[in-house]
Design a protein around this ligand. Structure first.
Ligand code: UGA
Length: 446
């Protein structure tokens, strides 16, 4: 099949590359000449493990190309995907659909009859129908089929998620659109990946409800972690104990500094807004949003408490600033609240992140940047793990301790074994389980 991907952001690029790997002919189109030039040179504007190799292979195989020229790309296309951004609208938390409607207008004026228009961007309920109406109004003679195809990719694991998804969801109301989508996902269909065909509205809600549910699960375990700290229980064992119940499931029960990224914060807000507008408020999701925002501030307080109640004049080493590992994405990362708060309270902050520095540098002026994990330890009063990059999991604790002013490790991702850290002579403050402090380093209550 011939596929056009409109938008080479995260979703567009990953989907475009993966569809070409399925054997389809894919043209990715973007308005940004810089992006297209980079892609034509084989450079990837985002950090996603494995994407560069896959892109290169498919470009070489002649199945994948990049262009600014939509007219040229449109010729003979079976499907065109809208994969443009839907940022949070300033002021009211709703999704800004300007780019989606602009893309719809361009499609109406460029593509041949018979094409299937697939909306992949995350959009509020009613948008697929509204986009279809908008295309019809823009060009009443244009004959096309509409489909909603929300994506469930995780940054850092996007290729695996695309190639081996738990399910594919399609909202459509024509046999033609269903046929096209089945052909596009044929390799998965043959592998018996469940494909759910439903209405536009149901597909739209599935996407938001999935993200809101996962955000709720994380927030739930984060609050249970707070309780565990107060009563000397261990949240990791609690998560295991409840996760073994098949009805609960063990995934997304890792307590941490709060969820971030480009999806959960934006999508929970947009869902809450849609629900309010429809007079069916999702009060649980509203609480989740509040609890998660508060959590990031609380994490800064936790670090300060672990340092004995003040970080004035102290040097704090930070390991990891991205919202999660294997990405350079800083959007809504907990570090964006934690680091500035520590600096406001008089700390000197030295941070290291394997991929995030370029993005983070301009977002957090005043932070000193180190070249590796050990550099942050020099004369530090504490080290704080904010993102669980694999390379932080097995640091040489003796070496760290030798460099630090005082051996305090605050582990906001629970990547260390408290016994081992304590044995090495550290004070250790994890999430949701008892802290192990050296006799002369008592934390104050956060
Ligand atoms: C999320 C969903 O997982 C994807 O299915 C979805 O397609 C995507 O949003 C989207 O809507 O585009 P992503 O934002 O890439 O993917 O990252 P996640 O792996 O879901 O992590 C989100 C945040 O939750 C991170 O800050 C992570 O550290 C945090 N998290 C996750 C936890 O604190 N605990 C967990 O157990 C899991």
């Amino acid at each position: 099949m011939r596929v056009v991907m409109l938008g080479t952001g995260y979703v567009g690029l990953v989907s475009g590359v993966c569809f070409s790997d399925f054997g389809h002919d894919v043209v990715c189109v973007d308005k940004d000449p810089n992006k297209i030039e980079k892609l034509l040179n084989g450079e990837i504007p985002i950090y996603e493990p494995g994407l560069d190799r896959l892109l290169d292979q498919n470009v070489k195989a002649g199945r994948l190309s990049f262009t600014l020229d939509l007219k040229e790309a449109a010729k003979g296309a079976d499907a065109v995907f809208i994969a443009v951004g839907t940022p949070t609208r300033r002021g009211d938390g709703g999704a800004d659909l300007t780019y989606v409607f602009a893309a719809a207008e361009e499609i109406a004026n460029t593509f041949d009859n018979g094409v299937t228009v697939v909306l992949k961007s995350t959009v509020p309920v009613g948008t697929n129908r509204a986009v279809r109406d908008h295309i019809k109004k823009t060009n009443p003679n244009f004959e096309f089929y509409m489909a909603s195809n929300p994506e469930f990719l995780r940054e850092g694991a996007a290729i695996e998620d695309f190639m081996r998804p738990d399910r594919v969801v399609v909202g459509c109301d024509s046999e033609e659109a269903e046929y096209t989508l089945r052909q596009l996902y044929r390799p998965l269909y043959l592998r018996e990946t469940p494909m759910l065909f439903t209405t536009f509205e149901t597909a739209e809600i599935i996407k938001y409800a999935a993200n809101a549910f996962l955000a709720t699960k994380i927030t739930f375990i984060n609050e249970i972690a707070d309780l565990c700290e107060k009563v000397d229980a261990d949240v990791q064992q609690v998560a295991k104990g409840i996760g073994l119940d098949g009805r609960v499931g063990s995934k997304f029960l890792h307590a941490g500094p709060g969820y971030g990224g480009s999806c959960f914060p934006k999508d929970t807000l947009a869902l809450a807004k849609t629900a309010q507008e429809n007079k069916a408020p999702v009060t649980i999701v509203e609480s989740v949003i509040k609890a998660n925002d508060n959590r990031k501030v609380k994490m800064a307080e936790k670090v300060i408490a672990s340092c004995g109640g003040s970080v004035e004049g102290k040097k704090i080493g930070i390991l990891g600033v991205t919202f999660k590992p294997n990405t350079d994405d800083m959007r809504d990362a907990p570090s964006l609240v934690i680091l500035p708060t520590l600096m406001e309270r008089g700390a000197t902050v030295v941070a290291y992140d394997p991929e995030g520095r370029r993005e983070a540098e301009h977002m957090m002026p005043g932070v000193n940047w180190a070249d590796d994990a050990y550099d942050v330890a020099q004369d530090a009063d504490a080290i704080v793990v904010i993102t669980e990059w694999n390379q932080f999991r097995a640091l040489d604790l003796e070496r760290l301790k030798g460099m630090m002013k005082s051996p305090l490790l605050v582990d906001l991702r629970n990547i260390y074994d408290p016994n081992i850290v304590a044995e090495k002579g550290f004070s250790y403050v994890p999430i949701g389980k008892p802290a192990r402090m050296l006799p002369d380093a008592q934390p104050v209550d956060a």
